[in-house]
Every structure is written in structure tokens, then in C-alpha cells.
Write a protein of this length. Sequence first.
Length: 107
Amino acid sequence: MEKKGFIKGFVIVPKQLVLDTNLSNNAKVLFIYIRSLSENFRTLRNRNLRQKLGISLKTLQNCKAELIKHNYLKIYRRKSANYYYILVGKRDVDKFKTKQNLPIQSE
């Protein structure tokens, strides 16, 4: 029996995100919400994100800044909304940089 309003499915959350003490809980929730969306539906307006997550604009901006700073998220500005590209781990960052023709730094 399915509960009313229950959405089927799940989201795989990287362990490194869960254990990252540099990120606030709000930033982690933002990441998980974006990760739950299909790549085709990651063009989002701030207003929609704020409503879905129940946070203020300032909190949303801080969360995005945290995720960008720690290489979990890349945002592309579009005409009336932003496209959110999820980055997880060095391998994904390198893959992203290769797609964008950016230099890859070896550690």
C-alpha cells in the first residue's frame, strides 16, 4: 500500500558529503535536493529552491557558496535561472574540467 503524497525512489549521497565538516547541514540538504533531480531538471530559480527547502535567500546563497568552495557544485547562469552541475570527488572535478577545457592540477 502506497502512502498518499509519498514519492518513490531514493538518492545516493556520497559519504564524503555526509562526513564533510566544512559544510553546514543546509548546504548538504541543498546538495541532496539538487542530486535528487534529473540532470534535465537542474535549471532552477532561487525562488523555487527557497520554497522547496524552506530557507531564506541569504541562507541559500551561503549554501551555494559552501558547495562551490568545496567542489561539490558548479553553477551556470542562464537567462532566467541557473543550471546546477553536481561535482563529487576529484575524479568528477577532473571530468568536469576536461569537458570545459580547464587545466587539471595533479596532487
